[in-house]
Design a protein around this ligand. Structure first.
Ligand SMILES: NC(=O)c1ccc[n+]([C@@H]2O[C@H](COP(=O)([O-])OP(=O)(O)OC[C@H]3O[C@@H](n4cnc5c(N)ncnc54)[C@H](OP(=O)(O)O)[C@@H]3O)[C@@H](O)[C@H]2O)c1
Length: 259
């Protein structure tokens, strides 16, 4: 039985992951971690499953095999640094994490001989989208690249982690380093750059379009998440995959999915 604790258990994504974990025959939800301020700490996130405050991480993870984080960047950057020394494998879905933090976390995973999966998007479709971004960038190297992402009006970070990863993939393939986050004013002619644009509106779960435009044509590739269930399903797959590992490494969702 894989014993799972979910950080952000009361959130939009975390609550769905809790439900999915509880439906798996080989998994048991043994706890949730929530903010001190939210008023849920000390209660239950499901019948018989306690909600721990962020200051009780060691207690919450005492009987856990995998910790899944779906909180916020600021919460994750504090909470996750305490998990590797507890010997618990991690799955991190929280977005907006800094490069510095990710390097530090990677070091802690190695030092403490655990395994982790870190991904700004758990869905199968987005992981295929990223792969296609690399393929298109390689053959359309001279085309202008623009990325547009749309999310619900409660999303805390912009651009989305998914858009940033798509930009990073294109950058690695083409060598384009300059990223432009929106444009306004007298911008002059477009240079060799990747444009990234964020739309925040209504209850949109998540949409990403990458445009490769030449002089006489363009290709647009779009992924639309219809439901957060797509993320929860991928999260459960990542939990199962990482639970069987102890290789001191941080892995991507592409590795989990064998892409
Ligand atoms: N990887 C993916 O596929 C994917 C997909 C969708 C979203 N995301 C990312 O997942 C994260 C969560 O998104 P969401 O929409 O679910 O957010 P949300 O609804 O705002 O939920 C945030 C959760 O984090 C908890 N929290 C806040 N501060 C905390 C702290 N200091 N310690 C522990 N828990 C804390 C909140 O608890 P309280 O209720 O107590 O405040 C709440 O349960 C975001 O970074 C989002 O971008 C990733």
């Amino acid at each position: 039985m894989i014993r799972v604790v979910v950080g952000g258990a009361t959130g939009r994504l975390g609550s769905l992951i809790c439900n999915s974990v509880r439906q798996q025959k080989d998994m048991q939800l043994v706890g949730g971690i929530v903010s001190q301020a939210g008023g849920h700490a000390g209660g239950e996130i499901a019948p018989g499953v306690l909600a721990f405050g962020a200051d009780q991480i060691a207690e919450a993870l005492a009987n856990a095999d995998v910790y899944l984080d779906a909180t916020s960047a600021s919460a994750a950057e504090q909470n996750l640094l305490r998990v590797p020394s507890l010997g618990v494998n991690c799955v991190v879905g929280t977005t907006g994490l800094s490069e510095d933090f990710l390097k530090r976390f990677e070091g802690l995973v190695a030092e403490n001989d655990i395994s982790a999966v870190v991904t700004p998007n758990f869905s199968v479709g987005v992981n295929v989208f990223w792969k296609m971004c690399g393929v298109l960038a390689a053959v359309l190297e001279e085309y202008d690249v623009e990325i547009i992402e749309t999310h619900h009006d409660k999303k805390k970070d912009a651009p989305s982690g998914t858009a940033l990863k798509a930009a990073q993939i294109v950058s690695e393939v083409t060598g384009i380093e300059k990223m432009i986050h929106g444009r306004s004013g007298v911008t002059g002619a477009r240079g060799r750059e990747i444009g990234i644009h964020s739309i925040r509106a209504g209850d949109v779960v998540g949409e990403h379009t990458i445009i490769f435009a030449g002089n006489k044509e363009r290709i647009e590739l779009t992924h639309r998440a219809h439901s957060r269930e797509a993320f929860a399903e991928g999260a459960v797959t990542a939990i199962r995959w990482v639970s069987a590992r102890r290789d001191s490494k941080v892995h991507s969702m592409a590795e989990v999915l064998g892409l």
